[in-house]
Design a protein around this ligand. Structure first.
Ligand SMILES: NC(=O)c1ccc[n+]([C@@H]2O[C@H](COP(=O)([O-])OP(=O)(O)OC[C@H]3O[C@@H](n4cnc5c(N)ncnc54)[C@H](O)[C@@H]3O)[C@@H](O)[C@H]2O)c1
Length: 497
């Protein structure tokens, strides 16, 4: 017997009904019944709550045994059924749209996006669903949208992927580990298949007279022009979303050959997006450390940049005693003048103090074989950029380890010490979590849509290379900040529901 849970079986099978399917000599009976509502299905409650169903599969296939693989047909059928059922229902999609009013406010007629094709590489979270639905409403046909996940284990990635497929987009994974060259054989194979599919997509778009825009974190561009050549076909323009992506494409041999808008360093992301990102990072740490005492304890923040400073301030506001490490002297002076204990290196910090938590937000390798012996026994490591604690995840280090499902991995170090890497070593706020609330990222997504339209309009006149000021000017002129302020922040304004 196999059980499958889903939100919309009733679309396909009669409610409280049953069905018999045959494949070869196998008979599978499907019984559908109502199921208790899953409280974690979407970020916002959907009202009325989405009815959920439970399907029980009874199969004539024999269980696994000597010389028998087990119920292969039934398992495959269950997987396909689950895949259909997990896509967001229309009511859930509407609740995501409702939570992104800024995005809604920038939709207009005659969008230049209608004549383009889009490759969107980002996290598979609800606000990505909201963004791509808005792109559709700009007139881009679903078949000209290709969504690629960066491979993080976001909480609802299966639902997002299934939704994209059901809407008619292409959807796949181009894992960051491939771009960082830390991929397993399986991840590399999956990335090659995705790369080939992206190539075909770009080729088809060009043959149909459509230009191709990439909204990305540097992964695709770096892969297309770099040494791995997962993607061979050239795209026409790009919006760059992340700092690490910018670093990657700026370091490309031969430079960038298409116009790129820098969203990562836009005022929009730095002043508004980062507050929400830092908040999601801190919330994730608190949940994963639910059994720990946090308030008042000693914490080390490595990296005091745009993200790290906000993390340090947030932890201090909790009552933690926060010290800071940064390799940039001006940044270190700033941290010291804001009242933090500061150190030039991790080694110097650990000689002075024994933090119970080390947060990394540098985008650089923080722990090295030299500093490994200095880590305090029992310390928790929270990485918000994948590279920070990559010593533990990248290469064989021979350290005995124990998986802590849903929490992280505990490593035993020489000298009878242990450390716990929270999550899977990637950005912790995206580990089995949605990260940022839809309303918190809405403004950034709205600005991204405006930037995408501007890029489509001006692509031919813009010089190849990274453009930073255009996005700031565009968003500044759009009235988005005024609407955002009026909706959420101005005193006396109505509470949002
Ligand atoms: N998890 C997320 O959702 C998320 C969101 C935004 C950014 N990020 C990632 O976080 C990282 C930082 O982003 P940012 O915008 O704050 O960048 P930033 O450049 O503003 O800050 C990085 C800081 O780290 C310092 N630094 C670099 N190498 C160091 C080292 N080895 N030791 C100590 N300090 C070091 C730099 O001097 C700088 O002050 C990037 O890799 C970015 O991609 C993650």
């Amino acid at each position: 017997m196999t059980e499958v849970l889903g939100g919309s079986f009733t679309d396909r099978l009669s409610a409280e009904g049953s069905l018999v399917l045959a494949s070869g000599g196998t008979l599978v009976e499907v019984h559908v019944a109502d199921s208790p509502v899953d409280p974690s299905a979407t970020l916002d409650p959907v009202c009325p709550a989405v009815a959920r169903s439970r399907a029980v599969l009874l199969s004539s296939e024999a269980p696994p045994g000597p010389g028998r693989a087990g119920p292969v047909v039934t398992r495959e059928f269950a997987e396909r059924l689950r895949h259909c059922a997990v896509a967001y229902t229309e009511a859930e999609l509407d609740s995501i749209t409702h939570a992104m009013p800024m995005l809604e406010s920038v939709l207009g007629d005659d969008s230049p996006l209608a004549g383009w094709a889009l490759i969107f590489r980002d996290h598979f979270v609800e606000n990505s669903v909201g963004f791509l639905r808005a792109v559709e409403r700009c007139g881009m046909p679903p078949e000209w949208i290709f969504a690629l996940s960066k491979g993080d284990k976001t909480a609802h990635r299966d639902r997002v992927h299934a939704t994209f497929l059901r809407r008619g987009y292409s959807s796949g994974v181009l894992d960051n580990s491939v771009i960082n060259r830390t991929a397993t054989v399986a991840e590399l194979e999956e990335a090659r298949a995705s790369g080939a599919a992206v190539d075909r997509f770009i080729h088809r778009a060009h043959q149909s007279g459509r230009r191709v825009l990439v909204v990305d974190d540097g992964g695709l561009l770096a892969q297309g022009l770099g040494s791995n050549h997962l993607v061979e076909e050239a795209v026409d323009a790009a919006l760059e979303l992340t700092v690490s992506g910018l670093k990657r494409i700026e370091g490309l041999p031969g430079g960038v050959t298409i116009p790129v808008f820098n969203m990562a360093r836009s005022a929009l992301k730095a002043t508004i997006g980062y507050n929400e990102i830092a908040d999601s990072c801190l919330r994730r740490v608190r949940v994963l450390l639910a059994g720990q005492k946090v308030i008042g304890r000693s914490v080390l923040c490595v990296g005091f940049g745009t993200l790290g400073r906000r993390l340090a301030l947030g932890l201090r506001a909790l009552g933690c005693s926060v010290a800071v490490v940064d390799t940039d002297i001006i940044t270190l002076i700033r941290a010291a003048e804001e009242g933090f204990a500061t150190h030039r290196s991790l080694a110097a910090a650990l000689e002075r103090d024994q933090p119970f938590l080390i947060a990394g937000s540098t985008g650089d390798r923080v722990v090295s074989p030299d500093t490994l012996p200095l880590l305090p026994d029992g310390v928790f490591l929270a990485g918000f950029a994948t590279k920070d604690f990559s010593l533990f995840t990248d290469q064989p280090h021979g350290l005995p380890q124990v998986a802590l499902p849903g929490v992280g991995v505990r490593y035993r170090l020489p000298g009878d010490r242990e450390v716990t890497l929270l999550g899977d070593g990637r950005s912790l706020n995206l580990f089995e979590y949605e990260g940022i609330p839809n309303r918190g990222y809405d403004l950034y997504r709205a600005g991204t849509l405006l930037a995408a339209e501007e890029m489509c309009r001006r692509c031919e006149e813009l010089e190849p290379g990274v453009h930073t000021t255009i996005v700031d000017e565009l968003v500044g002129r759009s009235g988005l900040y005024e609407r955002y302020y009026a909706r959420y922040l101005a005193s006396g304004e109505r509470a949002d529901v």
